[in-house]
Design a protein around this ligand. Structure first.
Ligand code: KG4
Ligand code: ZN
Length: 351
């Protein structure tokens, strides 16, 4: 049961955590959202600077809360890919410096492997392979999970990620950033059936549609046209109905394609992780549909859906247990498919 300090700085949350295997001993997140909100999105230069300021304090805080000394740790982990390069560098240089200083292994973690591992912070998964819907601000992917480090992608968004769609639609409705929580709040009490919106299917060259891929850019444009039409009629925008209708369509698309994929592929467990997995309508609809289809269903605990360092620690603990560690010279990478996460490690045994 390895004990690790982990840090996460791939985007706009600075985070540190101490985990022992799958148990969180301490976890802290310093969100930069307010700083970026006035620009309507994440400004990479500001993100890096804020990570530099926040991270040392967060590390002190989680080490103190855990009651452990560095000599009690088995390794130090940081997200190294994918993400904003400057932001990744802050966490990764901090972690590898501490690792070198204390003579501990360094583990460079793939951010999406971190999100996948967030589900282990909740109820244990049933045995056997699972289908993971990973829905965040940067990714919307359907991944077959055959065990630690064993992934195969079955579906993905061809354009915007689901979280990006929430953020863009929230912006055009004037609801602020980040869009997901803003839309969820605005949708409360709204009529989700009032507006019909397209479910964005992906055409195949040979005809027909891809059964599992997603497309959200058309949905965003449809909301824009709808808003323009309503504005032309004058009067206040029916924000609650617009937000609820958009949220319903995103949830339905995600649930329908995920469940179809699970059934087609004979996967009996559905798992949902990532920032958008915090969405209540989506959690409820997925739970209902999985129950109706007799599928097991697991979702990351609410506190660990959006970016955090505990999930990074769990991913690193799995790798360390399998005998892996990363080079202190490992580069940070803005883009890296999840299937290449093994390349971040040396001396891999058993994964
Ligand atoms: O996983 P995450 O924190 O960062 C990435 O790795 O991208 O996900 C952030 C995304 C944002 O797009 C945000 O709008 C969305 O997750 N999000 C939500 C909710 N909370 C966060 N989307 C829908 N409903 C929510 N409650
Ligand atoms: Zn993330």
């Amino acid at each position: 049961m390895p004990t690790l300090l982990a840090v996460e700085t791939s985007c706009d949350e600075s985070a540190a955590a101490v985990v022992r295997d799958r148990t969180v001993l301490a976890s802290a997140v310093a969100s930069q959202i307010e700083e970026h909100a006035r620009w309507g999105g994440v400004v990479p230069e500001i993100a890096s600077r804020r990570h530099v300021e926040a991270l040392p304090l967060l590390i002190d805080q989680v080490m103190a809360e855990s009651g452990l000394a560095f000599s009690d740790l088995d390794g130090i982990a940081a997200t190294v890919a994918p993400g904003l390069v400057g932001a990744l560098l802050v966490g990764s240089v901090t972690a590898r410096t501490l690792a070198a200083l204390h003579g501990l292994p360094f583990l460079g973690v793939h951010h999406l492997e971190g999100h996948l591992c967030s589900v282990h912070l909740g109820e244990p998964l049933p045995p056997g392979p699972a289908l993971v819907l990973l829905v965040s601000g940067g990714h919307t992917e359907l991944i077959r999970l055959d065990g630690p480090g064993r992934y195969g992608r079955l579906g993905r968004s061809r354009d915007d990620a689901a979280g990006e769609a929430f953020d863009k639609v929230a912006r055009l409705l004037g609801l602020g950033y980040p869009g997901g929580p803003a839309i969820q709040a605005a949708a409360a009490g709204g009529d989700a059936q009032r507006f019909s919106l397209p479910k964005g299917r992906v055409s195949l060259p040979e005809g027909g549609f891809h059964p599992y891929d997603f497309s959200f850019s058309g949905l965003k444009t449809a909301v824009l046209r709808l808003v323009q039409g309503l504005e032309a009629q004058g009067g206040p925008l029916p924000l609650a109905d617009l937000a609820a209708s958009f949220e319903r369509v995103v949830a339905e698309v995600l649930v329908e394609r995920t469940c179809r994929c699970a059934r087609d592929q004979g996967l009996g467990t559905v798992v949902m992780v990532g920032g958008v997995a915090a969405n209540q309508r989506l959690r409820t609809l997925m739970a209902e549909r999985c129950a109706a289809l007799g599928l097991h269903w697991r979702v990351a605990p609410l506190a660990y859906c959006t970016d955090n360092a505990a999930m990074v620690g769990v991913a690193a603990a799995q790798r360390l247990e399998a005998g892996a560690h990363s080079s202190l010279k490992l580069a940070v990478t803005p883009r890296l498919p999840l299937e290449q996460a093994d390349g971040l490690y040396e001396a891999l045994r058993g994964l």
